[in-house]
Design a protein around this ligand. Structure first.
Ligand SMILES: Nc1nc2c(c(=O)[nH]1)N[C@H]1C(S)=C(S)[C@@H](COP(=O)(O)O)O[C@H]1N2
Ligand SMILES: [Mo]
Length: 263
């Protein structure tokens, strides 16, 4: 349906009031204009809300992101953002090949979980060759293997009050006056249960490298790169994200990036 997607993109650009042009400035750019409360930020948020609703409406809840073939994988997956966490705790885990690492599943669940990498790897897996789009304006096609997030949510039994899945990461992305800021992000339960949403431990047929988020990173394939946290160690089911970080649902969202971040 190429025709539809062109129309859709045009429509989304119009609906986003040009906000995406501003956001193309990139992941690495620190822009004080986008600090919480800045006028530009407030404007972006209004547009984001509209874009999100429009995208949901047009794409449908279960629309799949395009999948590619092995021949389309032309380059290694480009690492971006934090690529070598210098946190002591992370380095300790890495030194022991992540054998002591656990994925904690907490918050609004009936059955909190603490999973080893082996436990995750022995669960049913999904492999998908998809395109990663970063707001900086580059894309990569890579093959990801991981555990469908829906299986983990089923195992933990999500409580009815839960609305979002918060991903907590091990890497410090910023050092503020109030202390170290770890990367974090959130998606809603519709995207969390999407069939292509996986917790990936494999990249291009090999264990996920450190630069791309070892031992576990999120793939949520209809979203932009910053919506896919790397170095994940805790998943928390929450009813609201207002009490985390700057209250906007994620590290980059706290700087004004779109919370939904769809493509
Ligand atoms: N923990 C963590 N997750 C992160 C980031 C980061 O800096 N730290 N960067 C994000 C951004 S902006 C992108 S584009 C992708 C990059 O993933 P890659 O390193 O596999 O290319 O990870 C996202 N997830
Ligand atoms: Mo990115």
């Amino acid at each position: 349906m190429p025709k539809l997607s062109i129309n859709r993109r045009k429509f989304l650009t119009a609906a986003g009031l040009g906000a995406s042009g501003i956001m193309l400035s990139g992941c690495d750019v620190f822009d004080s204009q986008l600090r919480v409360g800045a006028p530009l930020r407030n404007f972006l948020e209004g547009a984001n809300d509209l874009t999100w609703r429009v995208q949901r409406l047009l794409a449908g809840r279960d629309a799949l992101a395009q999948e590619f073939t092995e021949a389309d994988i032309r380059q290694p997956m480009r690492p971006n953002g934090i690529t070598a966490p210098d946190d002591g705790f992370y380095k300790g885990l890495m030194a022991n090949d992540f054998n002591d690492w656990r994925l904690e599943v907490t918050g609004l669940v009936e059955k909190p979980l603490s999973l080893t990498r082996d436990q995750l790897v022995t669960m049913p897996s999904r492999t998908q060759i998809t395109r990663h789009d970063c707001v900086e304006g580059w894309s990569c096609i890579a093959k990801w293997t991981g555990t469908p997030l829906s299986l983990i949510l089923d195992e933990a039994v999500v409580k009815p009050e839960a609305r979002y899945v918060m991903f907590h990461c091990l890497d410090t992305i910023d050092r503020g006056l109030a202390g170290d800021i770890k990367y974090y992000g959130s998606i809603d339960l519709i995207d969390a249960r999407h069939p292509q949403t996986i917790l990936a431990y494999g990249l291009n047929g090999k264990p996920l490298p450190v630069e791309n988020g070892a031992p576990l990173r999120v793939r949520v394939e209809r979203q932009l790169g910053y919506k896919m946290p790397k170095y994940v160690h805790k998943i928390e089911l929450v009813s609201s994200f207002s009490t985390f970080g700057g209250g906007r649902g994620g590290y980059w969202e706290d700087y004004g990036y779109d919370w939904y971040g769809g493509i």
